[in-house]
Ligand binder design. Structure first.
Ligand SMILES: [Ca+2]
Ligand SMILES: [Ca+2]
Length: 172
């Protein structure tokens, strides 16, 4: 009668099962952490892409003159100024919008030269508003009239990113 070895074997088995369970729990926790980390990385990249688009469009708008070089300018592009590469002053972007699409070859969201943005950018839509606005600008003697340029980039999942810039009217 030597119950001890038998008992030891039983303990070893239980221990082995326990450690297998612990390993399994650790493995699940680790894979959840990896998934969460990947989602955070994706979110950061997604946000970065949205801001890149907003920044690039804002740059494009702010490079244009306030007034139309050909004279009078109404809201939106004047005759003969479309597509966007023909916009020649800021208010031509009044209510301008462009949506990405992965169904068209190359994508429908494009830069000013008509080159489609890469596929991951095609989930976004961008929209511009350029309302007349009066702002108090330090260094310009208080209230100044001009245009408030807002570029808003949205995705198909309720994400929204905006950039805003006030451009004073150079000849008020
Ligand atoms: Ca124009
Ligand atoms: Ca115009």
């Amino acid at each position: 009668m030597h119950p001890r070895p038998h008992k030891q074997r039983a303990l070893t088995l239980i221990e082995a099962m326990m450690s297998a369970t612990i390993l399994a729990v650790v493995a699940v926790a680790t894979s959840q952490a990896i998934v969460a980390g990947q989602m955070q990385t994706y979110d950061a990249l997604h946000r970065q892409r949205a801001l890149t688009l907003a920044d690039s469009l804002m740059d494009e708008i702010l490079r244009l003159p306030y007034d139309d070089p050909d004279g009078a300018s109404g809201k939106g592009p004047e005759a003969g100024e479309t597509p966007r590469s023909g916009f020649d002053n800021i208010d031509d972007f009044f209510n301008y919008t462009q949506s990405g699409s992965r169904t068209l070859l190359g994508g429908s969201l494009q830069d000013v030269t008509g080159t489609a943005y890469a596929d991951p950018y095609q989930v976004f839509t961008y929209a511009v508003s350029v309302p007349a606005s009066t702002q108090s600008v330090t260094g310009l003697g208080g209230a100044v009239s001009g245009l408030l340029v807002t570029v808003t980039v949205t995705d198909d999942n309720a994400g929204s990113w905006s950039l805003e810039a006030f451009v004073p009217d150079p000849s008020p």
